[in-house]
Design a protein around this ligand. Structure first.
Ligand SMILES: Nc1nc2c(c(=O)[nH]1)N[C@H]1C(S)=C(S)[C@@H](COP(=O)(O)OP(=O)(O)OC[C@H]3O[C@@H](n4cnc5c(=O)[nH]c(N)nc54)[C@H](O)[C@@H]3O)O[C@H]1N2
Ligand SMILES: Nc1nc2c(c(=O)[nH]1)N[C@H]1C(S)=C(S)[C@@H](COP(=O)(O)OP(=O)(O)OC[C@H]3O[C@@H](n4cnc5c(=O)[nH]c(N)nc54)[C@H](O)[C@@H]3O)O[C@H]1N2
Ligand code: SF4
Ligand SMILES: [Mo]
Length: 581
C-alpha cells in the first residue's frame, strides 16, 4: 500500500515521502519536492539503530529502562537537572517531552547551534524572518546564493533557480559556485565588508532605489555615512577580492532585474553574525528588493513562525551552545549528539563525564550515547504520529504512524509514562494534540496542507518592525581574530545530516601548502586540537581549512562562546594551525 508521510530530518526541504512495500520513495505530486529523495533519507532505513535500552553498558528491557529513569529522577528530587533537546527529528511532537521536564523543574536551553545569530540580524531589519516560497524565487531573474550550499543542503530548490543568472558568494568553490555566472570567492568572515563594498558601489552607480528608501526604510542617512566610512581599497583587501571589477560586475548583473538573495548559515557562524546578516539584508533594502515580485532575501527561516506549540517550557534556561553539562546532576539528552555537534568538544565531553547521571534518548549510537549512563532508543519517524513544518517552504506535513517499533519508545509514550509515574495531570491524547496543531495552523490545498501564517508576498505592505519600516544597519562590532594561520570552514556534507548517516572523516586542506592526500595532520586552535587524515581540495582558498559537520573531532577546534546577539554557536570564529605528523 502507498502511504504518504514526510521526511523527519532537519533540512530546508521537508520532502513529501511515500512509504510503499517497505521502501521510502519521493512523492512526484508534491509541488515543491517533486519526487526525489536525497542520499540522507535514502540511507535512513539501512542505518543501524539502537536495538535495546542500556544501563551502565548492560542491555536491559524497555520496562527496566523506564523504571531506572523514574527512580533516578526521584533520587534527585531537588537537584539541578538539564533538559537538552536537539533536532534529530524535526517533528513538532518531539517537543512533548518538554511538558514533563518543565513541570519537573528542569532547566531548558535557549538560543541555537544553528541559525540564531542570523535570525537575530533579520529581525533587526524586518522584525521577523519570513521566507520566500520556492514559487516566488522562481519568478526572479537573478539569484545571489550567499553562504548557502543549495545543491547539498537544499537540493529541491535547484529546479526553481535553473536558467537564472547565478551569483555565488562563498569562500569555497562549491558545485553551485562552479555553475555560477560569477563566483566571489571571498575570505571567510568578510561578508559584512563584501556587502559594504556592494552597497558603496551600488550608491556610486546610482542603483539605490530612492523612492523605495524614502517610503519603506529608516535611517538611510546614517546608513550612507556608514557605507562611506571605509576606503574601498581596505574593503577589497579584507574580503580578499583582487579586483573591484568583480563586485561591480555582480551589481551590473542585478541592475533592473528581479533579484533574490538566498542566504545560508555560512555567513553567520561568527560573533557578529547578526550584523553580517543585517548588512546583507540592508543592501537588499537599499536596492529596493524586499516585498516586490520575484525579489527579496530568504534566510533559513523560522519553521514555526506563527505556530504556538501547546507544550509547557522550562522556566529557567541556559544557552545551548555553551551549556556546561558538568554543572548538572541529571542530564536528559534527546535527539542530539552534543559530544560531536556542540562546539568545544573537550569541554562538552568533560562536562558529560562530570555529570552524575546522563540519559541519552535517540535513534543511533554516537559519541554521546557512549558517554551516557542510561540509553533509551527512540522510534523512527514511521513508528509514531507527528506533524512537521519547513524552514524552506510553506507546506506542512502530517506524518501518520505507519508501523510498530520493535525497539524504541515514542516521545509521546515516554512523556505519558513519566507524567503518570509522577502523578502529573493534563496530558491530552496524542491525536488531540496533532488534530489541534493541524486545525490551528494549516489550510488544505488539494492533497497537501499549507501554513496559515504564509503570505503570498512577504513584506509587500510593511515590515514587521514597530514602525513598519525597514531598519537599516548603521554600525557594527569589529573584532580581530588571531591564534592561527588558517580560517576554519565547517559546513554540511552531502551524505550526512550533521552526525547522522554516512559520516565523513577527513580534513580538507588547500593545495600548495606542503601536504598530500593521506597525510596525517594535527589541527589546533586555542580551544583544542585533533588529528585528521588529509584530503587536498582545490576548491579552497589558500587561507582555509574545511572540515565537514559530523566529522569526528571537528568541534575540538571550535569556540565555547556565543554570538553577540541570538545566543548562537560561533563555529567559525576561530583560526587554526596545522602540523604534519
Ligand atoms: N546534506 C545535508 N543537508 C543539510 C544538512 C546536512 O548536515 N547535510 N544540515 C541541515 C541543517 S541543520 C542546516 S542548518 C542547513 C544549513 O545549510 P546551509 O545554509 O547551506 O549551511 P552550510 O552548509 O553550513 O554552509 C553553507 C555555505 O557557507 C559557506 N561559508 C562558510 N563560511 C562562509 C563565510 O564566511 N562567508 C560565506 N559567504 N560563506 C561561507 C560554506 O562554504 C558553504 O558552502 O542545512 C540542512 N541540510
Ligand atoms: N562543526 C560543526 N558543528 C555543527 C554544525 C556545523 O555546520 N559544523 N552545524 C550545527 C547545526 S546547523 C545543527 S542544527 C546542529 C545539529 O546537532 P544535533 O541536533 O546534535 O544533530 P545530529 O548530529 O543530527 O544528531 C541528531 C541525533 O538525533 C537522534 N534522533 C534521530 N531521530 C530521532 C527521533 O525520532 N527521536 C529521538 N529521540 N532522537 C532521534 C539521532 O540518534 C541523532 O544522533 O549541529 C551544529 N554543529
Ligand atoms: S534530508 Fe532534506 S532533501 Fe533529504 S529527503 Fe529529507 S527533507 Fe528531503
Ligand atoms: Mo542546523
Amino acid at each position: 500500500m502507498k502511504l504518504l508521510t514526510a521526511c523527519p530530518l532537519d533540512c530546508y526541504d521537508a520532502c513529501s515521502v511515500i512509504y510503499e512495500d517497505g521502501k521510502l520513495k519521493g512523492d512526484k505530486d508534491h509541488p515543491i519536492t517533486q519526487g526525489y529523495l536525497c542520499p540522507n533519507l535514502n540511507s535512513y532505513l539501512d542505518t543501524p539503530v539502537i536495538k535495546s535500552p542500556r544501563y551502565k553498558s548492560k542491555e536491559i528491557s524497555m520496562e527496566e529502562a523506564l523504571e531506572i529513569l523514574k527512580s533516578e529522577l526521584q533520587k534527585r528530587e531537588d537537584k539541578r537537572s538539564l533538559y537538552f533537546r536537539g533536532r534529530g527529528n524535526f517533528g513538532a511532537m518531539q517537543e512533548i517531552t518538554s511538558e514533563f521536564f518543565a513541570r519537573r523543574g528542569f532547566v531548558g536551553t535557549r538560543g541555537s547551534l544553528c541559525d540564531g545569530a542570523g535570525e537575530a540580524g533579520i529581525k533587526s531589519g524586518r522584525g521577523e524572518s519570513l521566507v520566500l516560497t520556492p514559487e516566488e524565487i522562481a519568478k526572479s531573474e537573478v539569484v545571489v546564493v550567499w553562504g548557502r550550499n543549495i545543491d547539498v543542503t537544499n537540493s529541491h530548490l535547484m529546479p526553481f533557480i535553473k536558467d537564472k543568472i547565478l551569483i555565488v558568494i562563498d569562500p569555497v568553490k562549491t558545485k553551485i559556485a562552479k555553475m555560477a555566472h560569477l563566483h566571489l570567492q571571498i575570505k571567510p568572515r568578510s561578508d559584512i565588508y563584501t556587502a559594504l563594498l556592494m552597497a558603496r558601489f551600488a550608491y556610486i552607480e546610482q542603483m539605490d532605489d530612492e523612492e523605495y528608501i524614502a517610503c519603506r526604510c529608516e535611517d538611510f542617512d546614517f546608513y550612507l555615512d556608514f557605507i562611506r566610512s571605509y576606503p574601498v581599497k581596505t574593503l577589497l583587501e579584507i574580503c580578499g577580492v583582487e579586483d573591484a571589477i568583480d563586485v561591480i560586475t555582480a551589481l551590473e548583473l542585478m541592475r533592473d532585474k528581479r533579484t533574490v538573495f538566498l542566504v545560508g548559515i555560512g555567513v553567520q557562524k561568527y560573533y557578529n553574525g547578526d550584523q553580517v546578516v543585517h548588512m546583507i539584508d540592508s543592501l537588499a533594502a537599499m536596492l529596493g528588493l524586499h516585498g516586490k515580485e520575484g525579489c527579496g532575501v530568504s534566510y533559513l527561516g523560522n519553521s514555526s513562525y506563527g505556530i504556538d506549540l501547546p507544550f509547557m517550557k522550562p522556566k529557567e534556561s541556559v544557552p545551548i551552545a555553551t551549556v556546561d553539562f558538568g554543572e548538572f546532576d541529571f542530564v536528559f539528552i534527546q535527539g542530539s549528539n552534543p559530544a560531536n555537534q556542540m562546539p568545544c568538544s573537550a569541554k562538552v565531553v568533560k562536562g558529560l563525564n562530570n555529570s552524575d547521571f546522563v540519559v541519552y534518548y535517540g535513534l543511533y549510537e554516537n559519541e554521546t550515547s557512549k558517554l551516557a549512563d542510561l540509553v533509551i532508543p527512540s522510534c523512527n519517524f514511521l513508528q509514531k504520529e507527528d506533524v512537521r513544518f519547513s524552514y524552506g517552504h510553506h507546506y506542512i506535513a502530517h506524518m501518520p504512524k505507519l508501523e510498530e517499533s520493535t525497539s524504541g519508545i515514542s516521545e509521546y509514550d515516554l512523556t505519558a509514562y513519566l507524567m503518570e509515574a509522577f502523578g502529573y495531570e493534563g496530558l491530552k491524547s496524542e491525536h488531540e494534540y496533532i488534530e489541534s496543531l493541524l486545525e490551528a495552523n494549516s489550510t488544505k490545498e488539494g492533497e497537501y496542507l499549507t501554513s496559515k501564517s504564509y503570505e503570498d508576498r512577504i513584506y509587500e505592505e510593511e515590515f514587521l518592525t514597530d514602525s513598519g519600516a525597514f531598519c537599516l544597519i548603521d554600525e557594527f562590532e569589529e573584532k580581530d581574530l588571531e591564534g592561527g594561520e588558517f580560517h576554519l570552514v565547517t559546513c554540511k556534507y552531502k551524505h550526512s545530516l550533521n552526525s547522522q548517516f554516512k559520516r565523513y572523516d577527513k580534513a580538507h586542506l588547500p593545495p600548495g601548502i606542503g601536504f598530500s592526500d593521506g597525510d596525517r595532520v594535527k589541527i589546533s586552535s586555542e580551544y583544542g586540537s585533533y588529528e585528521f587524515e588529509v584530503k587536498i581540495d582545490d576548491r579552497l582558498r589558500n587561507d582555509c581549512v574545511l572540515i565537514y559537520s559530523g566529522v569526528e573531532g571537528v568541534n575540538y577546534l571550535t569556540p565555547n562562546k556565543l554570538s553577540r546577539v541570538g545566543d548562537s554557536a560561533i563555529y567559525q570564529e576561530v583560526m587554526v594551525n596545522l602540523e604534519k605528523i
